[in-house]
Design a binder for this molecule. Structure first.
Ligand SMILES: [Zn+2]
Ligand SMILES: [Zn+2]
Length: 293
């Protein structure tokens, strides 16, 4: 199961309700962070994400609102006597360098397009977006998995080690009869979750998001502020919904919401027009959790 917790959902500056951008992804035993804005460690405590088990941190781009929290978090880990884990960090080169030189338990690399991190049963890929130099979005792609039609498999005589054998060879012989893997199994497509980082709407994001189970997209401003959003290289909430629709994703979560909408009732006004474009839209709030199977 993949569990996604929104640790911070504001953009540029925090509000009382919203902390700076950070998303925790937990898949089996692995824990990843997408961005690590100011106060992320405190948000992790609050929403019960144990930071002692972080495997990798990915920075969408080197703007302070997205990375300031890494230093506080790393300092806390450094003074924890029990801390022996290596943490992988992927960031724009200068940021990777400054984290690398401060913390010897960090293995930091410069981000580039393509496969970035191989986890157990999934990988994370980076793709360039349009915001600033070194701005990337990320795709979490779970491996496809073979699932058996258990009853049919048993009725044909498959048991025990034969399940492993048929997956290796594509077929096995039982009592002189050949059973092909595709006769007794089906392929469960791996989950796909995409994070835009900060960006203008762009083709690379659209391409990456194709048929994702979940698109996490920034939606800094509302449609009436399209011009300002463009000048600041951001999406509007409507842009996010259009992207979700065009990419045919299953679910959209909008984050990086400007502090100008700190009044929740005020934000509500913008939800309906956005859902008219793409129905299955969540406006993320700090602590929101999405679980995917
Ligand atoms: Zn930002
Ligand atoms: Zn930015």
């Amino acid at each position: 199961m993949l569990s996604i917790t929104f640790l911070g959902t504001s953009g540029s500056v925090p509000t009382i309700e919203r902390s700076m951008p950070a998303i925790a992804l937990k898949y089996d035993r692995e824990l990843l962070l997408w961005d690590c804005g100011e106060c992320t460690q405190r948000q992790m405590m609050k929403y019960r994400i144990g930071y002692g088990s972080i495997d990798a941190v990915f920075f969408s781009h080197p703007h302070l609102d997205h990375y300031l929290g890494i230093f506080g978090l790393m300092e806390t880990l450094k003074i924890s006597a029990t801390y022996h884990r290596k943490i992988k960090v992927y960031a724009a080169e200068d940021l990777a360098e400054s984290v690398r030189e401060k913390y010897e338990f960090v293995d930091a690399s410069a981000l580039k397009k393509g496969a970035t991190y191989k986890g157990s049963g999934f990988e994370v890929e980076a793709f360039p977006v349009k915001h600033c130099r070194g701005a990337y979005g990320f795709v979490f792609q779970e491996n496809d998995r073979i699932k058996f039609h258990e009853e049919k498999a048993h009725s044909l005589g498959l048991h025990g080690r034969l399940f492993a054998e048929i997956q290796q060879k594509g077929h096995v012989a039982v009592g002189g009869k050949k059973i092909a893997l595709e006769d007794v199994s089906w392929v469960k497509k791996g989950l796909k979750v995409v994070y835009s980082g900060d960006t203008l709407p762009c083709d690379s994001l659209l391409e990456a998001a194709k048929e994702a189970d979940l698109l996490i997209c920034e939606g800094t401003l509302d449609a009436s502020m399209k011009k300002e959003a463009e000048e600041r290289m951001h999406c509007t909430m409507e842009d996010a919904a259009q992207l979700a629709k065009k990419a045919d994703v299953k679910q959209l979560a909008i984050m990086h919401i400007s502090p100008r909408y700190s009044d929740a009732a005020e934000l509500k006004k913008f939800e309906e027009p956005v859902r008219k474009i793409f129905k299955n839209t969540a406006f993320a709030h700090d602590g929101m959790k999405i679980e995917l199977k």
